[in-house]
Design a protein around this ligand. Structure first.
Ligand code: FAS
Ligand code: PHB
Length: 395
């Protein structure tokens, strides 16, 4: 075992939650070390979320990591909702008194946060293997890991579990302490990334008899598309041309007429799940992001919930270090979960509204099309969609 290092907060996981937490703590003068199992190249190469809520944009501003996002990101004032090719617009800005969303890839957010950590001397240890958490229910927790073949130990005051759904942190909470809630959807999303201009200047969410489709983007020259696909789908069953053909049908004739085809530079299938683990704290371990909850990506909430969790967590840790009072730490889980559950509800509802469920009968299909028709004609219904999509306040 090498010489034990010490820090105030050991952060397990170098995704958006861990990296943003490190910067929120850094600007408040609190030290942390991020332990990431993968390489920097792997982390920076992952293609994931694409839409940032205003609260997430504000947090990146707060830590001084928003410059490139402001240069390269696309501010969106609305999106379209379509059913069987017929589409209408949800005026996010008009319905929420001015709120918008920022289209800027999670990949880019991650790169910007890693660059900031390097420039500010915040340790991010990539390829930290076999991370294990110890003495979480005591006063002196510590983390062990292996780096470059040598066993290491990191002493700390707190461990922030930001290591995603398959991480070690949530698994370190005793089973009799943890309550989990889950819904697994009977389909997945097949996503492609292509260097072609988007088919519209805004996103299009489409409910079609053949299944859900989403037209998104990363820039005015790079498009991101998704089609709902069966759970047993194999990538090899979806050559590019089949994906483009399906997108044209499901997104409707207007989108099809403006769709530019091109080779997929990335193609992947993601399962859809709703999941929440309670509580998000056990002793000196505090969970944030996908380590504690998962949403189906329909509502574009996953990355944004990671951001709101670390907002609450950083506030609690800052209060602790400033006053020695553990009250904010004690209140973290309940505060974070209040916003998590509202986003879980919206993501579950929006997925139910826009996807074709294999077991759904004709009545269920009529309920979907009637609800979309109601949203189309009701400002009140559109306002509900809009205020959830741009992101609810921190409260
Ligand atoms: P992350 O999973 O991003 O990061 C966790 C980090 O911990 C990873 O880097 C991992 O390597 C590391 N780690 C794991 N175990 C470890 C261990 N034992 N030791 C050390 N490190 C460990 N959200 C959206 O809003 N829109 C989308 O379109 C969307 N698409 C997605 C597609 C896929 C395939 C996936 C998996 C998720 C998608 N999400 C989407 C959700 C996603 O964006 C997450 O919400 C977001 O990455 C959450 O960030 P973190 O909580 O930091 O978790
Ligand atoms: C994306 O661009 O990856 C994206 C956008 C909106 C979503 C999900 C994914 O709801």
């Amino acid at each position: 075992m090498g010489e034990a290092m010490r820090t105030q907060v050991a952060i397990v996981g170098g995704g958006p939650a861990g990296l943003l937490l490190q910067q929120l703590l850094h600007v408040a003068g609190i030290e942390s070390v991020v332990l990431e199992q993968r390489s920097r190249a792997y982390v920076e190469g992952r293609i994931r979320a694409g839409v940032l809520e205003q609260v997430t944009v504000d947090l990146l501003d707060k830590v001084g990591v928003a410059a490139r996002m402001r240069r390269e990101g696309l501010v969106h004032d609305g999106f379209s909702l379509a059913v069987d090719g017929e589409r209408f617009r949800i005026d996010l800005k008009g319905l929420t008194g001015g709120s918008t969303v920022m289209v800027y890839g999670q990949t880019e957010v991650t790169k910007d946060l890693i660059d900031a950590a390097g420039a500010r001397g915040c340790p991010v240890l990539f390829e930290a293997e076999d991370v294990a958490l110890h003495d979480l229910d005591g006063e002196r927790p510590y983390v062990t890991y292996r780096k470059d073949g040598a066993d290491q130990r990191l002493d700390c005051d707190f461990v922030a579990g930001c290591d995603g759904f398959h991480g070690v942190s949530r698994a370190s909470i005793p089973a009799d302490v943890l309550n989990t809630y889950e819904r697994i959807y009977p389909f997945g999303w097949l996503g492609i990334l292509a260097d072609v201009p988007p088919c519209d200047h805004e996103l299009i969410y489409s409910n079609h008899a053949r299944g859900f489709a989403l037209a998104s983007m990363r820039s005015t020259t790079r498009s991101r598309y998704y089609v709902q696909a069966p759970l047993d789908t194999r990538i090899e069953d979806w050559p590019d041309e089949r994906v483009w053909d399906e997108l044209e049908v499901r997104l409707g004739p207007e989108a099809a007429a403006h769709m530019t085809r091109g080779p997929a530079i990335e193609k992947s299938i993601a399962p859809l799940r709703s999941f929440v683990a309670e509580p998000m704290r056990w002793g000196r371990l505090l969970l944030a992001g996908d380590a504690a909850h998962i949403v189906p990506p329909t509502g574009a909430k996953g990355l944004n919930l990671a951001a709101s969790d670390v907002h609450y967590l950083s506030e609690a840790l800052i209060a602790f270090y400033r006053t020695g009072d553990g009250q904010a730490i004690d209140g973290y889980s309940a505060k974070a979960l209040a916003r998590v559950w509202k986003a879980e509800r919206f993501s579950w509802w929006f997925t139910g509204l826009t996807h074709r469920f294999p077991e759904a009968d004709a009545f269920a299909r009529r309920m979907q099309t009637a609800e979309i028709a109601y949203i189309r004609t009701s400002r009140a219904a559109q306002t509900t969609v809009a205020e959830n999509y741009v992101g609810l306040s921190f409260g």
